[in-house]
Design a binder for this molecule. Structure first.
Ligand code: PPS
Length: 290
């Protein structure tokens, strides 16, 4: 099912992945991935809070210890299951392992469906996902130029972007078979009350942190602090690959930046397209009435 596509991308089960971080070998590794019952996967559609989860999960799983987030780059600390780094670092991750993935539910490896591995699914307002992705395409030399914001919006709505349609991804992970194995959180809730969301995550994981340890994780995972953490702000990536002069990877870190990018007409078109695709799903989001 792997087709080599345009220069920057490979196509896998109809989805587009960047060649910079995915290849035939990494996708084969993903397909054969052996999940343990105590594994934890943060699943995100790109630009929904992946890097944030790579900062949050190690201290949550290790009594508030911030050593890993201060010493190991995010991509090796909480690796993507489908990316080229995975086979190199997965064995070095302490148990219980924390990993991330942008994969839709139906493409998860067979061991996922037989294991008890837990999932935290982070959703973000697709308008802000689109804005974040637009700026990322401008600064990342390994992605195609996005074109105008309107052109990029059309590609996003048609699913001709990394990992396909946002609506397909979100719907795929609402599969009732997941039962108690999945916790849904939103980027917006994390912006509003990170401490509260971390407590929900701890509860979901059956873990506890002291008040002081939780305070320290909340403080460490603020946008301001992550921006200065060289293990998380992508400053280790050469400028030819990610040019932070064009746009920072940790760019604004707010909810609602879409209001600075969408015309009223584009907003109407985007909202109608997303609503149409979600109409039979019963999924409600905090931003539905914005
Ligand atoms: S990727 O490429 O899929 O891994 O990107 P991802 O990490 O999912 O998303 C990047 C956006 O998440 C923002 N971010 C944060 N916002 C608030 N607080 C914290 N701590 C934080 N960490 C990452 C990051 O700034 C990107 O959003 P934008 O809107 O572009 O700023």
């Amino acid at each position: 099912m792997l087709i080599m596509g345009s220069f920057n991308y490979i196509h896998y089960h109809g989805l587009m992945f960047p060649k910079e971080s995915h290849n035939e070998k990494s996708l084969e590794y993903f397909e054969k991935f052996n999940l343990n019952d105590d594994d934890l996967i943060a699943i995100t559609y790109p630009k929904s809070g992946t890097t944030w989860m790579q900062e949050i999960l190690p201290p949550l799983l290790r009594g508030g210890d911030l050593t890993a987030v201060k010493t190991i780059p995010n991509w090796d600390r909480v690796p993507w299951m489908e990316e080229t780094r995975a086979p190199l670092v997965m064995d070095k991750i302490p148990s219980p392992r924390a990993m991330v993935s942008h994969m839709p539910y139906q493409l998860m490896p067979p061991s996922f469906f037989t294991s008890k591995a837990k999932v935290i699914y982070v959703t973000r307002n697709p308008k802000d996902v689109l804005v974040s992705s637009f700026h990322f395409h401008k600064m990342a030399s390994f992605l195609d130029e996005p074109g105008t914001f309107e052109e990029f919006t059309d590609k996003f709505l048609a699913g001709k972007v990394l990992f396909g349609k946002w609506t397909d991804h979100v719907k795929s992970w609402r599969n009732p078979d997941l039962g108690e194995r999945i916790l849904y959180v939103t980027y917006e809730e994390m912006i509003q009350d990170l401490r509260g969301v971390l407590k929900r995550m701890l509860n979901f994981l059956g873990r506890q942190l002291s008040t002081e340890a939780l305070d320290s994780v909340v403080n460490h995972c603020s946008f301001k602090n992550m921006k200065t953490n060289n293990m998380s702000n992508y400053s280790l990536v050469p400028e030819e690959i990610m040019d932070s002069k064009k746009s920072s990877f940790l760019r604004k870190g707010i909810s609602g930046d879409w209001k600075n990018h969408f015309s009223p007409e584009l907003d109407d078109k985007f909202t109608a397209a997303i609503q149409e695709e979600l109409k039979d799903s019963n999924i409600k989001f905090p931003w539905d009435d914005e």
